[in-house]
Ligand binder design. Structure first.
Ligand SMILES: CC(C)(COP(=O)(O)OP(=O)(O)OC[C@H]1O[C@@H](n2cnc3c(N)ncnc32)[C@H](O)[C@@H]1OP(=O)(O)O)[C@@H](O)C(=O)NCCC(=O)NCCS
Length: 253
């Protein structure tokens, strides 16, 4: 039983398998995962499809000590392989070329007091249909301007006002216990704790499905967080994550 996805190398491997639907630089569909070391937890990830590289070596160093970084630097640039570091530390710009945040919540954790005025509907993987998807599409287009359709097998959560208006959404992926593509609230309703309510409901759902944690991933598109990255990070951080981690793709140098 894993209490978080970073408990040990097996928990990390099984979480990464489920995260493949995200298709981001460090979480893509894999055709194989091999354990290289338990301490520090290190895996070789063989991508199913990737334009840039065939595989990656991913290491978890909770603290990015010199020893850990030195052993990784020797691998950078080798044989079509990306080097990925998962760490609670922050690296200096120049040490990496891609960056992502991970927030991990305990399902019994102390979230902020959520909005109690909205209602939240949960649609199971079998009941996602042409009624639900346009609702989520409208919410996402208002929250971050584009739409990621629900990956196969996710639960969909929709938050509504009393008058039925949809104002928030989230996808919960049971395979990874991850909130795929994050929490979304329509722009006119930001800062009313509706995002927090969705996070609390996702945690409740995860618990009911026997998971001890919920994770969420935010990829930082450039070298520095944009305003929308900073908003999302502030929201996830304010809700008392058990772990706040970074994933870096180390630069070729
Ligand atoms: C991120 C998002 C979901 C937050 O939803 P929300 O309903 O506005 O958030 P909440 O009201 O629950 O905020 C809870 C806490 O988060 C922090 N927070 C939220 N928005 C913030 C902002 N713009 N600036 C600073 N802190 C913020 C605050 O501490 C806030 O607590 P407070 O009410 O005491 O100030 C919403 O801004 C959104 O949909 N953004 C666009 C989509 C997106 O990027 N989603 C994340 C994908 S990874």
């Amino acid at each position: 039983m894993c209490f978080t996805p970073v408990d040990d190398v097996e928990c990390l491997a099984s979480w990464l398998r489920g995260l493949g639907v995200l298709g981001v630089f460090w979480a893509k569909r894999v055709k194989g995962i091999e354990v290289v070391s338990r301490n520090p937890p290190t895996l070789v990830l063989k991508w199913q499809r990737s334009r840039r590289s065939k595989r990656a070596i991913l290491t978890l160093c909770y603290v990015a000590s010199h020893g850990c970084l030195d052993s990784l630097q020797g691998l950078v640039g080798k044989e079509d392989t990306d080097i990925l570091l998962v760490t609670a530390s922050e690296l200096a710009q120049g040490q990496y070329d891609r960056w992502s945040k991970i927030f991990v919540y305990d399902v019994n954790g102390s979230f902020l007091d959520p909005n109690h005025e909205v209602s939240v509907e949960v649609y199971g993987p079998e009941s996602i249909n042409d009624y639900v998807t346009p609702i989520v599409e409208a919410v996402q287009k208002s929250s971050w301007g584009f739409y990621n359709p629900p990956p196969k097998g996710v639960y969909v959560l929709v938050a509504r006002l009393h008058n039925g208006e949809p104002v928030g959404s989230a996808y919960y992926n049971r395979a990874s216990s991850n909130v795929d593509f994050g929490i979304h609230v329509t722009k006119p309703y930001w800062r009313r704790r509706i995002g927090t309510r969705l996070l609390v409901e996702v945690a409740r759902l995860a618990k009911s499905l026997d998971h001890g944690w919920v994770s969420v991933v935010r990829v930082i598109r450039g070298m520095k967080p944009t305003l929308s990255d900073r908003r999302a990070i502030a929201f996830y951080r304010a809700n008392n994550p058990k772990h706040e981690l970074n994933v870096y793709r180390l630069s070729m140098c």
